[in-house]
Design a protein around this ligand. Structure first.
Ligand SMILES: Cc1cc2nc3c(=O)[nH]c(=O)nc-3n(C[C@H](O)[C@H](O)[C@H](O)COP(=O)(O)OP(=O)(O)OC[C@H]3O[C@@H](n4cnc5c(N)ncnc54)[C@H](O)[C@@H]3O)c2cc1C
Length: 387
């Protein structure tokens, strides 16, 4: 059987596009297959912590990305009235990497990554539905009836990956218990210099400034999965829901347009026991989707690619590089998924007594202990883990 490309990458998100850039730099033959007909980078903003900036630096992409984002020097956790519960010392935490935290609009990052690749290597409108492996080749089938034969398969098609599901039927995403709205708005009439996340009885509300005079916000509310009431929620409903929250939350909501609201249930996958399967590798959310409570999903996708390229540089055997990648990535990504899940559970408490107890403890706890989860994550050089 004739091989049509050495590497087939399924999914043109952060993981897939960055992996493609890395393979391009190494001179490997590759094709990216993305289900969307147009790469719009759906979503709002996201934070790239110091570890992600380090990964971008290693991939030679940091300088370009810096031009389209915003460095944030502080980020506070607040109560419903706007009092500080925790002010993580992100500067101290970032010292390990000599990098700062950064925020960027997802669409801007996707366009930047896409522009680093030859057009003909990214094939849109290709939804992968199945793969078959024999001794020499892997054949991926797409929804439109076409197929591609490759030697190595990088599965980077996100948390709901049908190819991972085929490989590991028990890896169905799990629902976190809370649902989320996101949007980006123009901030000309709102003064916002730093990011924050507010933990209150009615849910969580996060906001952060972006370049181009914009604000990215998100709100998480406890709910059953796929709640039909929340499916139809409008800006007016959300403004009512968060009416008792501190300024400028009601104003930010009131300034949001209904057509800009993005709604989805928050899901992750139970940490897997393997990421490498011979000539097949799971990358990014497809391999280790986490809830967004540590803001690390995309950061981990970028770490994945930096580590994978490091391995591919030192061995001619791709399956060996995949195995070594797994050794370096499994424990760290499991730690993030587990820690993020725990933080999500605590931050979504809605019982008034529990909320009051949590907030008191958070105010009393020395910052060193309160931010130990983050410290454990950022105080380690991810490139040295498992080497
Ligand atoms: C509310 C929220 C806030 C977040 N905030 C942050 C943050 O602040 N910082 C951070 O680092 N991370 C954050 N994340 C996580 C981050 O969005 C993800 O971890 C990241 O997007 C993962 O990238 P990926 O490329 O692995 O997957 P995705 O971004 O999901 O990309 C997968 C791609 O594959 C395509 N695809 C899917 N199925 C197929 C198929 N069958 N065939 C072909 N293509 C397919 C999709 O269209 C998509 O383009 C957040 C997530 C959420 C939900």
């Amino acid at each position: 059987m004739q091989i049509e490309t050495e590497f087939a990458i399924i999914g043109g998100g952060v993981a897939g596009l960055t992996a493609a850039i890395g393979l391009n730099q190494l001179g490997c033959e590759f094709l990216v297959f993305e289900q969307a007909k147009e790469l719009k980078g759906i979503g709002a903003g996201f934070g790239l912590a110091a570890n992600a900036m380090q990964a971008l630096d290693l991939l030679g992409l940091k300088k370009g990305v810096e031009k389209i984002g915003f460095y944030t020097c502080s980020y506070n956790i607040l109560d419903q009235c706007g009092n500080v519960l925790l002010a993580p010392d992100t500067k101290k935490l970032s010292r390990q990497y000599n990098q700062d935290n950064f925020t960027i609009h997802r669409a801007d990052l996707h366009f930047y990554l896409l522009n680093q690749l030859p057009n003909e290597n990214v094939i849109l409108g290709k939804k992968a539905i199945h793969f078959e492996e024999n001794a020499e080749t892997i054949t991926v089938s797409f929804e439109d009836g076409s197929t591609i034969k490759c030697k190595y398969l990088l599965i980077a098609d996100g948390v709901k990956s049908p190819l991972r599901q085929q490989l590991l039927p028990h890896s169905t995403p799990r629902y976190s218990g809370y649902t989320c709205w996101r949007a980006t708005i123009d901030k000309s009439s709102i003064q916002l210099d730093q990011g924050s996340e507010t933990w209150g009885k009615q849910g969580r509300f996060g906001m952060t400034p972006l370049v181009g005079n914009r604000i990215y916000w998100y709100a998480c509310v406890n709910s059953e999965a796929n709640n039909p009431i929340f499916r139809n929620y409008t800006v007016e409903d959300l403004t009512r829901h968060f009416k008792d929250y501190h300024s400028p939350i009601p104003t930010i909501l009131a300034k949001t347009k209904n057509e800009d609201l993005i709604w989805n249930d928050i899901i992750d996958i139970k940490p897997l026991t393997h990421l490498a399967y011979g000539n097949i590798l799971l990358l990014g959310d497809a391999g280790h989707a986490t809830t967004p409570n540590l803001g690390q999903g995309a950061c981990q996708a970028l770490e994945d690619v930096a580590v994978l390229m490091d391995e591919l540089k030192i061995t001619d055997s791709v399956p060996e590089a995949f195995r070594n990648f797994e050794k370096r990535r499994l424990k760290r990504t499991k730690y993030i998924t587990d820690t993020s899940k725990r933080i999500g559970e605590i931050s979504q408490w809605d019982n008034p007594l529990m909320v009051s107890f949590r907030n008191t403890i958070m105010k009393l706890l020395p910052a060193r202990i309160a931010q130990s989860g983050l410290a454990q994550l950022l105080s380690v050089d991810f490139m040295k883990i498992g080497k």
